[in-house]
Design a protein around this ligand. Structure first.
Ligand code: SAM
Ligand code: SF4
Length: 325
């Protein structure tokens, strides 16, 4: 479906608001009560909603969370998702800590070939400080196992924060020299009441300049349809790429093709706007496929033309871990 010249073909599904990590920039200082199991859309319900979404033009789906792999039965669910013929691109964003070679191989065998991982530091102690979990080696090794199996592209999301990991910008970018990974620097979005102060936000111009002062001018890379909003570059002679996601310094609303489904079955046309529409309750109350299609259609039509998140000046209520980033 098209709205304001934006083709809405990408659905991001948060299958759980739960996570085994406590990333300082994601989880609120005072976590809200966890949603009960009954309030979370079942896999069957999610599949029913995807079925409606594909009829409205969705062809790409990303599974996210919370941490998607904390939810039981995820592999069986993904297998069913992979059988939906009109979907031509299924990917997952994960902290990697609950994956191993066997599970990665199953993902690969069912046809999922690309993954996004989150890794904000190369130092084990800092990893524990940021995430609250001593899992650096597990995560680092899992990313390399995924590479060996053949997943491509592998994107590594980094949220840069002043006083925490801004001293590692060049080291993280340097991974892309020898590894075929896209290191994606994401600007911290002041969501919910996180443990990060607004003045710890680091914007892309500074990150890019830091990389260039070490490795020379970055070479722009043309986007492919799978790239999403990242602006891509290469360090000269590198195997991988560096990407920048700039929701704050330069929003990309005019090319945003996304719709989100939260773990509680709420449709959200914009990550950074608190408007959402509950589609799970009508589904459970027996709404027909036509009625559910009309609800989804209306949410797409109502997609805001742009968000209002500015330079570290306003926090919006929602918490990232429940919407799915
Ligand atoms: N648990 C998975 C993970 O960490 O990859 C998937 C969910 S997480 C919410 C998705 C992405 O959102 C992660 O890459 C994370 O770094 C990013 N993220 C979380 N909170 C953020 C924030 N406040 N600003 C920018 N990115 C954030
Ligand atoms: Fe969990 Fe991902 Fe949020 Fe970290 S960023 S707390 S891993 S949902």
């Amino acid at each position: 479906m098209k709205i304001d010249n934006r083709k809405i073909n990408y659905l991001r599904i948060s299958i759980t608001d739960r996570c085994n990590f406590n990333c300082r920039y994601c989880v609120p200082k005072e976590p809200s009560l966890q949603v009960s199991h009954d309030e979370v859309a079942s896999y069957e319900e999610i599949l029913q909603l995807v079925d409606i979404a594909v009829d409205l033009g969705i062809t790409k789906v990303r599974i996210t969370g919370g941490e998607p792999f904390v939810r039981k039965g995820i592999l069986g669910f993904l297998e069913k998702l992979c059988q939906i013929k009109k979907l031509n691109d299924i990917s997952i964003t994960t902290n990697a800590s609950l994956l191993n070679k066997e599970k990665l191989q199953r993902l690969w065998d069912m046809g999922i070939t690309r993954l996004n991982f989150s890794l904000d530091t190369l130092k084990a102690d800092k990893f524990s400080y940021i995430t609250g979990r001593d899992k650096f080696s597990r995560v680092f090794d899992t990313i390399h196992i995924a590479r060996d199996i053949g997943f491509s592209p592998i994107k590594i999301n980094v949220v840069v924060l002043k006083g925490i990991n801004d001293d590692e910008i060049a080291d993280l970018a340097a991974i892309s020299i020898d590894q075929p990974f896209q290191i994606r620097f994401i600007e911290y979005m002041p969501m919910g009441n996180s443990n990060i102060d607004n003045d710890q936000q680091v914007l892309t111009p500074y990150i890019k300049q830091t990389i260039e002062s070490k490795f020379g001018e970055l070479i722009p890379v043309t986007k492919s349809f799978k790239d999403g909003p990242a602006k891509k570059y290469k360090i000269k002679n590198s195997k991988g790429e560096v990407g920048f996601i700039t929701p704050v310094s330069q929003h990309f609303c005019d090319e945003c093709n996304r719709l989100r489904l939260t773990a509680q079955g709420r449709l959200r046309p914009c990550l950074l706007d608190d408007y959402e529409k509950n589609i799970l309750t009508p589904l459970r109350d027996g709404a027909s496929k036509e009625e559910l299609t009309a609800i989804m259609h209306k949410v797409i039509i109502d997609k805001p033309s742009s968000h209002h998140l500015g330079y570290a000046n306003n926090k919006i209520i929602s918490q990232m871990s429940s919407i799915g980033g």
